[in-house]
Ligand binder design. Structure first.
Ligand code: NDP
Ligand code: 2IT
Length: 447
């Protein structure tokens, strides 16, 4: 058995109750054998055993009082996965589905994603099984303050810098930042995604979605085309989905469908993004309400968004939302490019099917890295005590995404073989992300 397979077998035994973590680890380790063959020193130094084991993980009680005066208790998490190339960096997910296995998969992916950005950030992730949906602002504040009352002792601008993710947006980051500052009596860039008047960066809100479309544009360029006139399906209707849609529209593409966890809308004439922003960013409503703005659009309850015919598909909701039957529907409808905005939205089986069928596929750790890259730019601005213009940040983001594409494709050429007539960007991203971290770990000894 190869070194990578052997480590994977051990991981499966040790973490059998963490299916999402096993899925993420399988995808990465199965890509790395060509690198491990070339560098036997990695096995001697047990790099795979070390990189798959978090440096530290904390789980804690988060008690708070709801609007009825009842005491509620949630579970908080922070997994500090790898600090070989910089302070731990990664978002905080607030969703009822959150458990240790999910935070571990996200933290593990973050190591390689952050490495791919070319910026000095290690990998981490956190969150809670708290559900912000339907809660009052006061309840969200009570939760965030309690969460930070424990988390503060584990983080810091040079130690670990959390940010947003599903369920954690500007409101939550604000409440958490206020509590951190109050406890520590220190005004530092300990969180990213902050408001613009208190240390946030211009273009951070847009960054993940914009970056995804910059990356997909590089893929289209390699296929000899661009977004102009393309029909695009985007799943989700949160931060990533909204700004991916905005950039596709700016580049002349037509987004015809968006979704949330209840259902999806199809608008043949192209999504009215101002309506979606009002529903989601202002009213915190459901995507179904889109029909109030565009009565000719169609709403379908439940899953099924991938049955919509498109040239480009951008899954931007959550893990394992694009399954084998969805992949088959996309291929049957002539889809040419799938780029992940969410983390691990495509199952391993669906990914392989898409790749084998000639769809050019980008894994989230490469194509959604624009968010964390811009978070690292926010950290730089905080350290300098300066604010850059929107254009400056956006142009750096664009360059970073082009570079990630170049590095992942170069690694795909060097270590992999073509798949379905395209570069294997899954392998390329894993190899390029891994090499930088592994080399740093080698230099720093057995730690
Ligand atoms: P938001 O909370 O803003 O939006 C999430 C969207 O996905 C909502 O439309 C939500 O619908 C839907 N969704 C969430 N969970 C589920 C579920 N279990 N089933 C179906 N739909 C679901 O989050 P973001 O847009 O920030 O994050 C989306 C994805 O992008 C996540 O995978 C995240 O990890 C990833 N990501 C985010 C980055 C960022 O900077 N924000 C950076 C890189 C990756 P509903 O409202 O009904 O729950
Ligand atoms: O998955 C991700 O990369 C994020 N949620 C963004 C993390 C960050 O630190 O900005």
């Amino acid at each position: 058995m190869s070194y990578a397979q052997n480590v994977l077998e051990q991981l499966k035994k040790k973490n059998s109750n963490e299916p999402e973590f096993i899925q993420a680890a399988t995808e990465v380790l199965e890509s790395l054998q060509p690198v491990l063959d070339k560098h036997p020193e990695f096995e001697e130094a047990a790099i795979l055993e070390r990189i798959t084991e978090p440096e530290r993980q904390v789980m804690f009680r988060v008690p708070w009082v709801d609007d009825n005066g009842k005491v509620q208790v949630n579970r908080g998490f922070r997994v500090q996965y790898n600090s070989a190339i910089g302070p731990y960096k990664g978002g905080l997910r607030l969703h009822p589905s959150v458990n240790l296995g999910i935070i571990k998969f996200l933290g593990f992916e973050q190591i390689f994603k952050n490495s791919l950005t070319g910026l000095p950030i290690g990998g981490g992730k956190g969150g809670s099984d708290f559900d912000p949906k339907g809660k009052s602002d006061r309840e969200v504040m009570a939760f965030c303050q309690s969460f930070m009352t424990e988390l503060f002792r584990h983080i810091g601008a040079d130690t670990d810098v959390p940010a947003g993710d599903i369920g954690t947006g500007a409101r939550e980051i604000g409440f958490m930042y206020g509590q951190y500052k109050r406890i520590r009596n220190c005004y530092e860039g300990v969180l990213t995604g902050k408001g613009l008047t208190w240390g946030g960066s211009l273009a951070r809100t847009e960054a993940t979605g914009y970056g995804l479309v910059y990356f997909a544009s590089e893929m289209l360029k390699d296929l000899g085309t661009d977004f102009s006139g393309k029909t695009v399906v985007v799943s989700g209707s949160g931060n990533v989905a909204i700004y991916a849609t905005e950039k596709v529209q700016q580049l002349g593409g037509k987004v015809v469908a968006l979704s949330d966890s209840n259902g999806w809308v199809y608008d043949e004439e192209g999504i009215d993004l101002a309506a979606v922003k009002e529903i989601k960013e202002v009213k915190r409503g459901r995507i179904k309400e889109y029909l109030e703005y565009r009565p000719n659009a169609k709403y379908t309850e439940g899953k099924g968004i991938w049955s919509v015919k498109c040239d480009v598909a951008l899954p931007c909701a959550t893990q394992n939302e694009l399954l084998i039957d969805d992949a088959k529907a996309l291929v049957a409808n002539g889809c040419k490019v799938v780029a992940e905005g969410a983390n691990m939205p495509t199952t391993l089986e669906a990914t392989k099917y898409l790749q084998d069928s000639g769809v050019y596929f980008a894994p989230g750790k490469a194509s959604n890295a624009g968010g964390v890259a811009t978070s690292a730019l926010e950290m730089s601005q905080n350290s300098q005590r300066l604010s850059w213009t929107f254009e400056e940040v956006d142009s750096k983001l664009h360059d970073i995404m082009v570079n990630i594409y170049k590095n992942a494709s170069a690694a795909a050429d060097e270590y992999g073989t073509e798949i379905g007539g395209n570069k294997n960007l899954v392998l390329g991203a894993n190899v390029a992300g891994f090499l930088k971290v592994a080399n740093a770990m080698m230099a720093q000894g057995i730690v």
